[in-house]
Design a protein around this ligand. Sequence first.
Ligand code: PGA
Length: 249
Amino acid sequence: MTRKKIFAANWKMNNMTAEVATFFGAIGDSCVALKDREVIVTPSFPYLAQAAALAKGKNITLAAQNFHFEENGAFTGEVSLTMLADLGIRTVLIGHSERRHVMGESHEHLRKKVAFAQKKGFRTIFCIGETLAQREKGELFAVIDMQLSSAFDGNLTCPPEDMVIAYEPVWAIGTGVNATGAQAQEMHDYVRKFMDKHYGRKDITILYGGSVKPDNVKELMTMPDIDGALVGGASLKADSFSKLIFWDR
Ligand code: PGA
């Protein structure tokens, strides 16, 4: 089966009113006719409504960078899935390395988020990836096994298209040092086999993330098990993000 490619912009804590307007103005109608790939943008929370209005009719999906796994209540600073649904959003990131390592989200916390997103009918982009120290110690595959099993064992109930994995080696995020096509392919192949063996999800969409740029996108996207990219720095401006979306044109 051919898996639809996904190009997702992870804006993190960047881009405000003016930049959001400039981005959507510059991207214009370029994605409207796209059928073989999906374009996703994740603005910061204060700009989601603005972006949702600007993205209308542009064939661009909006997603959220974070949410809390409770319905509502006394969770100062948090955003619920009901609020996101209210804005027409149904795709969320979970497990990004900055949430794991900077915000301290544990395996258990991420497992709850995965469960709640599925319960509420959201699509998840679940991020996994090893640190440089883990790779150098030869723990690469054990780390990935742990991240996948702790989130999914007995907990993967959504339709296949609603669980997307993003392999993002921590050492490649924001560093300008991307995994080579061969390194990424090795892990994507491993993840695909793992998801097939344990969960019967051979055709799961697997994105690569970590310093994807116009000059390395082709090497990565031509690998058989890489189904798209989750992009930070190079997604902030429409011109470089467009070069990634349309890497083969
Ligand atoms: P980067 O970030 O493209 O700036 O390396 C990727 C990510 O954090 O998702």
